[in-house]
Design a protein around this ligand. Structure first.
Ligand code: FNR
Length: 374
């Protein structure tokens, strides 16, 4: 269908599901085990309702914000997701160009199909890009990577900590193994090839198993954060915080931000939905929001989802799959359309709640119900 017929992120996803290859769809959409956490990430938003205010002036409404001090047209960023070329020949460059058009920030995956260099080349001079880091188990290899990223002009490091081993994604594992010559070199191990991680060669862990085979499984607060601070001046954000206790430890470790995330339900099955973790953090440890910027990702598909998270104190939210689907279906225009849709939905929600800036959103505007609608 023509792009002007796409009204929602679900419409976009439906188009992508028709055009993606079997392998691409399996890799993009799959999640761990029975995909309960992936589904609940989205369903968690159904338990949060607004307590809207009326008789407030909203003809002027501004949904813009800053993330780590960088401007964003809406409180949304692209969460780094691997292998955009599986869905479209231009790959991540579509997301980079679309994000620029829409005025939001892209977090580039360590396992992007295009090199960090090529993605930077696709960016506008003035554009801000963040980098998602999978830390190599060898500190000096990891250090070289971080230094290269900083030199290229990436503005923050999102260190992923929830994927020290790959989750069990059966739809991905079942779908045929492919070897693809990506710009970063061949990133899929062939069955039987001498992988550093012997299980990877047997395809027991699917695509993710091959991609993160050399990652550090022994990271700690005491060792890894000071290491990263030593090798880089960039802001550090921990991606993959799944409980209140670790949010507190991250703040104490002196990082700049935390991304409450369970990797889109692709890692630990029955990890709590990030929206629920955000709710608990707001109730139990509100001080954390003063010390670090708090973000969430997982299951966000509507402007109201975004606004709910902002009410509870999230500075911004990330979306993973929707941007992969959008670039697969319509390239750059799909990405900018996705941002436009979210912006329109966010502004409508803000006006109907009775606020004209994001700062006015607060926890009193949210009520959590303990039953599940639908
Ligand atoms: C991811 N995600 C991810 N995270 C990360 O830190 N490094 C990565 O390389 C990837 N790769 C990746 C590939 C695909 C296909 C998906 C769907 C996800 C997780 C991603 O950053 C984010 O946490 C989730 O996608 C958020 O959930 P939603 O928005 O997809 O529901």
């Amino acid at each position: 269908p023509p792009l002007d017929r796409i009204l929602s992120l679900r419409d976009m996803e439906n188009v992508a599901k028709h055009i993606l290859s079997h392998k691409a769809l399996a890799y993009y959409s799959s999640a761990a085990d029975d995909e309960i956490t992936n589904n609940e990430n989205a369903r968690a938003f159904l338990r949060f309702f607004f307590q809207a205010r009326v008789m407030r002036p909203v003809s002027h409404c501004d949904p813009s914000t800053t993330i780590l001090g960088f401007k964003s047209s809406i409180p949304v960023f692209v969460s780094g997701a691997a292998l955009a070329k599986l869905g479209h020949p231009e790959g991540e460059a579509n997301i980079t160009r679309g994000a620029f058009k829409g005025g939001i920030i892209q977090m580039v995956s360590s396992n992007a199909s295009l090199s960090p260099n090529a993605i930077m080349d696709a960016a506008d001079q003035s554009q801000c890009l963040f980098f998602q880091l999978y830390k190599h188990r060898n500190d000096s290899i990891a250090e070289q990577r971080v230094r290269a990223i900083e030199k290229l002009g990436y503005k923050a490091i999102f260190l992923t900590v929830d994927a020290i081993v790959p989750g069990n994604r059966e739809r991905d594992i079942r779908s045929p193994w492919i070897v693809d010559e990506q710009e970063n070199g061949p990133i899929y191990y062939q069955p039987g090839s001498p992988a550093d991680f012997p299980e990877a060669g047997q395809n027991l862990f699917g695509t993710a198993g091959a991609l993160i085979a050399n990652d550090d499984r022994d990271m700690t607060w005491e060792k890894t954060i000071p290491w990263l601070r030593r090798v880089s001046d960039l802001p550090i954000i921990i991606k993959g915080i799944q409980c209140v206790e670790d949010a507190v430890l991250a703040a104490e470790a002196g990082v700049d931000g935390i991304l409450l995330s369970n990797h889109g339900g692709r890692q630990l099955e029955f990890s709590l939905p990030p929206m629920e973790v955000l709710y608990l953090l707001r109730r139990q440890r509100p001080g954390v929001f003063e010390r670090v910027e708090v973000y969430i990702d997982g299951g966000i598909r509507r402007g109201t989802d975004v606004v709910k998270a902002v009410c509870l104190g999230a500075k911004a939210v990330g979306l993973g799959r929707p941007f992969l689907y959008a670039q697969s279906a319509y390239g750059v225009d799909g990405v900018s359309k996705t941002i436009e849709i979210l912006k329109r939905e966010i502004i409508t929600a803000m006006r109907l709640i009775g606020v004209s800036t994001l700062n006015e959103l607060n926890p009193e505007m949210i009520h959590r119900i303990d039953w599940q609608p639908i």
